[in-house]
Unconditional design. Structure first.
Length: 116
């Protein structure tokens, strides 16, 4: 969800702050609107920052709950480039632990990128 300080209009936005994966999932939308994407540590943190800095040119891409928590207005919903975007995170441990699949019919792909 695209969120801003209360009362801010779309034409005031210059930068959109969010997690790097969310930027990637919304890059066409951001580019189409002529905004600059800015990487934040996480999506909720981006919303918190927008609420604290109080710069009317800043927006955040974050879940709706963040707008409620930080007093922001959602001015557009579902702005991802593809409606099937999903970000999953993997936790690596020494012990053998398996996450439950949400559905046996859903195919999953996992990519690991790391440097030693």
């Amino acid at each position: 969800q695209l969120m801003v300080l209360p009362g801010v209009k779309r034409d005031e936005i210059k930068t959109v702050h969010t997690h790097i994966h969310a930027l990637g999932q919304c890059r066409k939308y951001i580019r189409k609107n002529g905004w600059k994407g800015v990487v934040a540590g996480d999506t909720a943190g981006a919303a918190k920052m927008v609420s604290e800095v109080k710069d009317r040119t800043m927006a955040a891409l974050s879940p709706a709950l963040a707008a409620t928590l930080y007093g922001l207005d959602i001015i557009e919903e579902n702005v991802e480039d593809t409606d099937s975007n999903v970000t999953r995170f993997v936790v690596l441990t020494k012990s053998k632990q398996w996450a439950e699949r949400t559905s046996p019919d859903v195919k999953m792909m996992t990519t690991f990128i790391f440097r030693v």
